[in-house]
Ligand binder design. Structure first.
Ligand code: 13P
Ligand code: SF4
Length: 362
């Protein structure tokens, strides 16, 4: 539906009044009505970099979800303020790993005698506290666009560094699918090296021997949107659409990713479809706002959503034009609403982990 013209006008006016003081970042899963006002759009990695590269902006309005705004706060200077237009814009996957659970899991790894040879690799989609834990223990953050490099780095650190015999392990938090897909499909690892650590069970429900044998200890977390795409939907698309290309996000299950033609972050999905020839057919396994936008942008290509039963990411969708207008107009009036401020102690270690990611090659 078309945006309310009054709100559009108010957003324009507030943005113009604020000028360079404010910079608006928009994740690719945001609604069209919000993306229209973004100064930059991107995947999680690009947006983290963009936030760090805007020292002139006193206010960064982050149109995305809470963990992204936290990361932006960690990466910007203390005199900049990051604003999340709706504080209810969380991420169900990030919520699947609470810091107390992760600390308990680490104690389990210590008890099993494997903590010394384990390095945490944490997906961007996690709380600042878990990024802090990761930084403290020598690990790195990754996003869907650099998971291969980050995971390879972690395995090498342990394999070629402190643990000379290659028996190093990774604790991958919190998305089991991204961890498994990257290890097996991108790095050529074996599925048998992977175990899933269930934080609700003692020793992750695994036992000491399984933890000792494993190379990839995958946290039992997943995205409530991407985890729902099914193998059946991929097969149906192949049956129904001639010469279809299936492209999915690596947060999808291993079984789905295995059957896809292309896998990548939101930025990669966009670039791949943009570069495809006119007349080509695509089914896309990622968030619906992005798929709809792509379909609108490329009417010369046939672009469809992978699965009818999967819906929008409800938390990404919390950021709408009324919330954006509220945040901007408040700034015009000299009020800061919904600032995201990470505790400085947590932020220090989290920054270490984020800086490690930003320093990775590529
Ligand atoms: P990317 O934009 O990094 O691909 O991440 C997708 C996502 O789920 C963000 O919440
Ligand atoms: Fe979190 Fe999934 Fe929504 Fe991304 S799409 S914000 S991972 S719930």
């Amino acid at each position: 539906p078309a945006s309310d013209p009054d709100l559009v006008e108010r957003a324009r006016a507030a943005k113009a009044a604020l000028g360079d003081e404010v910079f608006i970042l928009g994740h690719h899963y945001q609604r069209d009505e919000v993306i229209e006002f973004a100064d930059t759009t991107g995947d999680s990695f690009k947006l983290a970099r963009e936030a760090a590269a805007r020292p002139e902006a006193a206010y960064i309005v982050f149109c995305g979800v809470h963990f992204m705004a936290e990361s932006a706060d960690i990466l910007t200077s203390p005199d900049q303020t990051v604003i999340l237009p709706d504080l209810a814009a969380g991420c169900s996957m990030a919520d699947m790993a609470a810091i107390a659970q992760v600390e308990d899991a680490w104690a389990d790894l210590q008890e099993a005698g494997v903590a010394d040879v384990t390095i945490p690799v944490t997906y961007m989609n996690s709380s600042a506290a878990i990024k802090g834990f990761t930084g403290r223990l020598g690990g790195t953050i990754c996003t869907s666009s650099n998971a291969k490099t980050a995971l390879g780095w972690a395995l090498e650190q342990r394999g070629d560094g402190r643990v000379a015999d290659g028996s190093g392990k990774v604790l991958f938090l919190p998305d089991q699918h991204l961890g498994r897909n990257t290890y097996v499909r991108e790095l050529g690892g074996s599925l048998e090296d992977c175990v899933v650590f269930d934080p609700h069970k003692p020793m992750g429900g695994l036992g000491v021997d399984a933890l000792r044998r494993a190379r990839m200890i995958l946290w039992r977390g997943q995205c409530s949107v991407h985890g729902r795409f099914s193998v059946e939907a991929v097969e149906a698309a192949r049956r129904e659409i001639p010469a279809v290309n299936v492209i999915v996000h690596p947060e999808c299950t291993y079984e789905v990713v295995e059957r896809a033609d292309y896998v990548g972050s939101t930025e990669k999905i966009i670039k791949t479809i943009a570069a495809a020839p006119a007349g080509s057919a695509w089914v896309v396994g990622t968030e619906l706002n992005l798929v709809r936008r792509l379909a609108g942008q490329y009417p010369d290509k046939r672009i469809a959503f992978l699965e009818k039963n999967v819906c929008y990411c409800s938390t990404m969708n919390r950021i709408d034009l009324p919330h954006l207008v509220w945040a901007l107009e408040s700034l015009v009036e000299g009020r800061v609403v919904n600032p995201i401020r990470v505790d400085p102690q947590v932020a220090g270690h989290a920054r270490t982990a984020l800086d490690r990611m930003l320093a990775l090659p590529g």
